[in-house]
Design a protein around this ligand. Structure first.
Ligand code: TRP
Ligand code: ZN
Length: 485
């Protein structure tokens, strides 16, 4: 889980404290100002893309009308001035005929935008960047947009969920957060339903490390600046992107043919954090035995010391941990939790935020499994303790429909994990572990929903499970003790 204890706010429980052608025929240039009006020849109607992806909890997140395949983000950041200069190249395909489309970008100043190499108009509406290409974009066609931007990045404030996004630290910066953060440092379709691959080039003053997702893809030096290159080649939800810039103690290696790259803030003496992160590959190997093949191309972990980060996050291929988790000594439970998310949360991502228990319930249950494997703390007794010892508030919040204010509540984490255990008891170990592996395999690099998970559980077990899930996910009182079905 992953809120360091001391900052746990109870109740709401969360944070501690190709380019193709449009314009070759007469109809396709029919864009604004008559957007939405059929062309005289009646062939195509180009309309603005939606300003949100349609998430019931966060309607403004993401955008409609296109699907991103790849981001190439190049930023230069100077901690002394707290200024960032960037270019983002976004390769996408239109999913409807577009006269304009939006990207999410919080703060920062846009200098220029091109679409397929031609200058495009751009305007800002709050945290939306509206791009109007010279010609309409035809549904099904690919397009490439390039945005040049700069400014002083600011985090996003969310009353319920806390700060997310770009934070200037003592000697660098951290861009991290859930359910949003990416838009504070690059223009993005900021919703997990639109996964894409990412290439990052992060240029920082010599002496600082810039670490991000995926495989290290080289490093170059010029005029007192170092450029760190990172490539995440498996599709990734935007909130799973991150960058940590600072004076970091780096460990590199290789495991099962994949690069390992971990980093711990140098202000922390070498100790429990380093030791816990060093166990990453061992924990990943255990989880692989339960969930199936590790889904990504690299391993690692990053431990940050800034007091504003009081959680860990399952950033793809390389989770980020608050130093607080390791203050009492080595802690592999949190490592097991964040690594379990690599399968459940990252590789199998959410379609909508309401289904957050699918991420947190499974990752918390993975902690129970890891405890049993590494420490002989039985999952069954962890369940029993939680079942009898949880506060009544937990039973009032349905983890399958928690509401925005309880998105990261104890119900989502603990009752979510109890739901997983109740399912295990009901269908038996054989069907249960087949289900976990099948879910990870079928939805690898994709998105899933609670309804799909339930349907698969019924298919794999051959049992009707609606009563079980109704009680555990949607009920507002404590369900009965689970029994084999
Ligand atoms: N999803 C994170 C985890 O369980 C923890 C988390 C909860 C979080 N709320 C957050 C992280 C807000 C960042 C921001 O591992
Ligand atoms: Zn989690």
């Amino acid at each position: 889980m992953r809120l360091s204890g001391r900052a746990l706010r109870t109740g709401a429980g969360l944070l501690l404290t190709g380019a193709l052608l449009v314009g070759c025929d007469a109809t396709s240039s029919e864009t604004t100002p008559s957007a939405g009006v059929p062309s005289p020849t009646g062939a195509r109607t180009f309309k603005p893309g939606a300003a949100g992806a349609g998430d019931p909890y966060f309607p403004s997140y993401g955008n409609g009308g296109y699907d991103v395949a790849r981001y190439a983000v190049k930023v230069r950041y100077d901690p002394k001035t707290d200024r960032l200069t960037g270019t983002a190249t976004v390769q996408a395909a239109a999913t409807s005929d577009l006269s304009s489309f939006n990207l999410d970008l919080a703060g920062l100043t846009v200098r220029s935008v091109t679409v397929d190499g031609a200058a495009a108009k751009h305007s800002r509406k709050g945290n939306e960047l509206v791009v109007t290409p010279a010609h309409g974009l035809i549904a099904g066609n690919g397009f490439v947009t390039e945005i040049a931007y700069e400014g002083k990045p600011e985090p996003l404030e969310n009353e319920v969920l806390g700060e997310g996004g770009f934070l200037h630290t003592d000697d660098g910066a951290i861009a991290l957060g859930q359910p949003e953060s990416a838009s504070t440092w690059f223009p993005v379709n900021d919703h997990p339903s639109d996964k894409a691959t990412y290439d990052f080039e992060i240029t920082v003053p010599d002496g600082l490390t810039a670490v991000s997702n995926g495989v290290p893809a080289g490093k170059s030096d010029a005029d007192g600046w170092t450029t760190w290159k990172w490539a995440e080649r498996q599709p990734m939800a935007s909130y799973l992107s991150f960058v940590v810039i600072g004076k970091l103690r780096v460990t590199t290696g290789e495991h099962k043919g994949r690069p390992v790259f971990s980093a711990v803030d140098e202000s922390l003496g070498k100790g429990a954090a380093d030791a816990s992160i060093a166990d990453t590959v061992e924990v990943a190997d255990y989880l692989e035995s339960v969930f199936g093949p590790y889904p990504f191309d690299a391993y690692g972990g990053v431990v940050v010391a800034d007091s504003r980060i009081r959680y860990a996050l399952e950033t793809q291929s390389r989770p980020v941990y608050s130093a607080g988790f390791f203050r009492q000594g080595a802690n592999t439970d949190v490592v097991a939790h964040e690594l379990a998310h690599q399968w459940f949360g990252d590789s199998v991502a959410l379609t909508k935020w309401e289904d957050i228990w699918l991420n947190e319930g499974l990752a918390t249950y993975a902690e129970w499994l890891w405890a049993e494997h590494s420490d002989d703390r039985k999952a069954e007794s962890t369940f029993a303790t939680r079942y009898s010892g949880s506060p009544s508030s937990l039973w009032r919040v349905p983890p399958g429909k928690p509401g925005v204010e309880n998105l990261f509540s104890q119900s989502v984490y603990q009752r979510g994990a109890m739901t997983v255990h109740a399912l295990r008891v009901a269908i038996g170990d054989k069907a249960f572990f087949t289900l976990l592996k099948t879910w990870a395999a079928d939805k690898r690099n994709a998105n899933g929903t609670t309804a799909e998970f339930i349907a698969l559980a019924e298919r794999v077990s051959g049992k009707k499970l609606d009563a079980l899930f109704d009680a555990w996910l949607y009920g507002t009182t404590r369900p009965d003790q689970p029994e084999p079905l």
